[in-house]
Design a protein around this ligand. Structure first.
Ligand SMILES: [Cu+2]
Length: 142
């Protein structure tokens, strides 16, 4: 019999492995989803620290639209579309370009930003500000 309001099992019996997406695995000591040693987090995937964490700029969306990395990660955006786009921090309404601003990126152009501060960093494309909005979420390193 189960009673309302009481946990069914002790918390330390809970298997959290399945809560971590992609390449990530659960680390009990930090209660978070992490990459194995030597790899760095790029969204739900783990990349070699020598590789870049890539975001595609397509007509007319950033992919992935929400990217989680750890502090110190360099994110590289590449325009894979046929239009000119920008990678501009903030929103048109709030501190546009205050943290980074790529200027115009023609097709096949790229830009990179190294995220050394923890937090959520919204960004957008200036010519297509209504639809092209995304964010990078930066977590503390271990
Ligand atoms: Cu655009």
């Amino acid at each position: 019999m189960r009673w309302c309001g009481e946990a069914d099992e002790p918390a330390d019996d809970v298997d959290n492995t399945e809560e971590c997406a992609g390449d990530l695995s659960y680390e009990a000591s930090s209660e978070s989803c992490v990459c194995e040693a030597g790899l760095t987090r790029c969204g739900d995937t783990c990349v070699d620290t020598e590789e870049v964490c890539a975001v595609a700029i397509d007509d007319f969306a950033f992919s992935p639209a929400s990217l989680t990395v750890v502090e110190g990660t360099t994110v590289v955006w590449t325009n894979v579309g046929t239009e000119t786009h920008t990678v501009t921090s903030g929103t048109p309404e709030e501190e546009p370009g205050a943290v980074f601003s790529s200027g115009d990126l023609a097709p096949e152009d790229s830009t990179e930003v190294t995220f050394n501060d923890v937090g959520a960093f919204p960004y957008y494309c200036e010519p297509h500000a209504e639809s092209m909005r995304a964010e990078v979420v930066v977590l503390a390193a271990d």
